[in-house]
Design a protein around this ligand. Structure first.
Ligand code: ITT
Length: 195
């Protein structure tokens, strides 16, 4: 069976992506299964840049087919912040909650709470990038945290009547930014593993 390396250290993303790819005739690994691969420095100005950098660097080092995900929350009233800086927005060793509270604090009293989640996924072989796809979901930032599921900014990002954190994993995976990006790249992964 062919193998696909998910080029992420984030266990929450690994869980969601493994679920989204279940059924593919491929053995899935993540960076959590490998020690000794170098850390990719995410210093590109866009999530597209970081996704392609992670996928290509890890494919070269591991000599495997790799899929990377870079995600950002873009808040309109904050001119697109935290965007590409979503992971460590509240500081170098901040928690998911620190980031959520920073967003709620900065939006205190602001009426327009429109935001969008964007994920870019990149598929790479050791000799180069094969494809990139994007998934975008528009929503609003709540005024307080709601829900116990999910991770990251899920408890403050509302789509329809529910935050992502009020949805089950299955519900989030039916409509999320990550699900849309993975659905878009799925046929390309399927073709590539047949080659
Ligand atoms: P890798 O680079 O190892 O994949 P990371 O956590 O650094 O992991 P990103 O740079 O893409 O990944 O992180 C963006 C941050 O955005 C992430 O740390 C979370 O705080 C948040 N995030 C990503 N996907 C999310 C989702 O589906 N729901 C809520 N927050 C999310």
């Amino acid at each position: 069976m062919k193998a696909l390396l998910l080029a992420t250290h984030n266990p929450d993303k690994v869980r969601e992506i493994k679920d989204l790819l279940k059924g593919l005739p491929v053995k899935l690994y993540s960076l959590l299964d490998f020690e000794g691969l170098s850390e990719v420095i995410e210093d590109e100005p866009t999530i597209l840049g970081n996704a392609t950098k992670k996928a290509y660097q890890m494919a070269q080092e591991s000599q495997m087919l790799c899929l990377a995900d870079d995600t950002g929350l873009f808040i309109e009233a904050l001119e697109g912040e935290p965007g590409v800086f979503s992971a460590r927005w509240a500081g170098p060793s901040c928690s998911y909650r620190d980031n959520r509270l920073k967003a709620l604090e900065l939006l205190d009293g602001i009426v327009d709470r429109t935001a969008e989640f964007r994920t870019v996924v990149a598929l790479a072989a050791p000799d180069g990038i094969i494809a990139t796809k994007e998934g975008i979901v528009k929503g609003v930032i709540t005024t307080e945290e709601r829900g116990e599921h999910g991770f990251g900014y899920d408890a403050i990002f509302e789509v329809g009547a529910l935050t992502y954190a009020e949805m089950t994993d299955e519900q989030k995976n039916e409509l999320s930014h990550r699900a849309l990006a993975i659905q878009a790249i799925l046929p390309i992964i399927e073709t590539t593993i047949k080659l």
